[in-house]
Design a protein around this ligand. Structure first.
Ligand SMILES: [Zn+2]
Length: 416
């Protein structure tokens, strides 16, 4: 039997690194999670097979949409004219999943009834591949539903140019109206130039899905259960996100100078629910997003207090008292994601309590950054330097702080 790691590397989530107990929930597997189930899950390419009947007066048939975790799909079906009249028809199939990802594909044709000589039967069979299906697979695989729209008696459509833009806009608007659409993926030869285009809803964060009452945030390398701060119920609509604001950018510049990928960063109110010895913690985390190269800096309860002292001091103590210190800690992870060659999903170990310790002796020796400290240790070194020197980052005592060595030699040069 192949190892789990081998299986993961060949799966639709090849960079998956976070293997946790709650992965069973994320992937819709049985709990408690067994290694066999997990290995099998990653080993087998997944397929979702959806079908529906197509019926109208004197026009009958069926359609199927099959999608696979490797991004390939098949759209096929048939229609028969069963009576007197002939039809020009259009079939639009759309797949909706719980996370608000919509796939739309369509075909057009003509069938002849007994009123006109010509074939009374028409079949279509379209195979294709879409990066978007692979990208959004973690969402698409959860409870997808097929909806169809059959229009008949269209005048003058055979051979005519399909109004692609209209089709897409109509679908997109209808989908938005339903409230939870994150992206619309347009597929198929019939949709011409729009094929392969994915329209994202600017009001919803891409890569967040709902399963068993929690949000699942997925990126290229991890699926992390989360909730949104400020909303009593975990709903996609409760997820808030925004680019960094001017004050945050100005603060970050004092630490990172020009090496933080500010334009890639989205600040969100998501958090990972965590129970600690001191009680419930809305734990911040940072991970690469699924779309447009974004990095999600998930600030939870600190979302509206990014420049202030930590609002969760009652749970994790006074380790993050300096204004903006939690933000700087999370931005360090964004920096790591940007400058490193791998894509981790990071649940902050350091932020679970005030007791997190990196190796101070090694800091004092200016030991190797990459070999002596893990990602959490690196982030802690920088946020602690920031916290201790918050009001005078460019002072002599700040530069003399042993931790500043890493700020100057690594953070501000972009060297991991
Ligand atoms: Zn951290």
């Amino acid at each position: 039997m192949k190892s789990l790691r081998q299986a993961i590397s060949k799966s639709s989530i090849p960079a998956m690194r976070v293997v946790r107990a709650d992965l069973a929930l994320s992937l819709g597997l049985r709990q408690p999670l067994s290694l066999t189930d997990l290995t099998r899950f990653f080993e087998q390419p997944e397929t979702r097979h959806l079908s529906a009947n197509l019926d109208a007066d004197a026009l009958h048939g069926a359609t199927e949409f099959i999608m696979r975790s490797d991004g390939t799909y098949t759209f096929r079906g048939h229609l028969n004219a069963t009576g007197f009249p002939s039809f020009a028809f259009r079939v639009q199939a759309s797949v909706h999943c719980a996370a608000g990802i919509v796939i739309v594909v369509e075909t057009r044709g003509r069938v002849f009834g007994s009123d006109t000589p010509g074939p009374d039967h028409r079949e279509w069979n379209e195979d294709g591949a879409s990066d978007a299906i692979r990208t959004f697979w973690p969402a698409l695989r959860l409870d997808p539903k097929l909806a169809t729209d059959l229009e008949k008696n269209l005048s003058g459509i055979t051979g005519a140019l399909v109004d692609v833009a209209l089709t897409v806009v109509k679908t997109y608007v209808a989908a938005q109206f339903s409230g939870i659409v994150g992206a619309v993926i347009v597929l198929g030869g019939e949709l011409g130039a729009a094929t392969g285009v994915t329209f994202s809803n600017p009001k919803l964060l891409a890569g967040v899905t709902v399963a068993s009452g929690v949000l699942l945030v997925f990126g290229p390398g991890a699926i992390i259960p989360a909730l949104a701060a400020g909303s009593a119920v975990a709903l996609l609509a409760g997820v808030q996100f925004r680019p960094m604001n001017d004050a945050e950018i100005a603060l970050a510049f004092q630490v990172f100078k020009g090496t933080l990928p500010v334009e890639r960063i989205l600040i969100t109110n998501l958090y990972n629910p965590t129970n600690t010895d001191n009680g419930f913690l809305a734990r911040e985390f940072t991970m690469p997003g699924i779309a447009d190269g974004k990095i999600l800096v998930n600030m939870g309860e600190n979302f509206e207090h990014t420049l202030e002292p930590d609002v969760q001091q009652n749970v994790r103590g006074a380790a993050y008292q300096a204004g903006g210190q939690v933000l700087i800690h999370e931005l360090m992870h964004a920096w790591q994601i940007h400058h490193a060659t791998f894509l981790p999903g990071l649940l902050c170990q350091a932020l679970t309590s005030a007791n997190y310790k990196y190796d101070e002796a090694k800091v004092n020796q200016h030991a190797s950054w990459s070999q002596s400290f893990d990602l959490e240790g690196q982030a802690a070194i920088i946020d602690k330097w920031f916290g201790a020197n918050r009001n005078a980052l460019d002072s002599f005592s700040s530069f003399n702080d042993p931790r500043f060595f890493y700020v100057s030699q690594h953070i501000r040069t972009g060297r991991t």
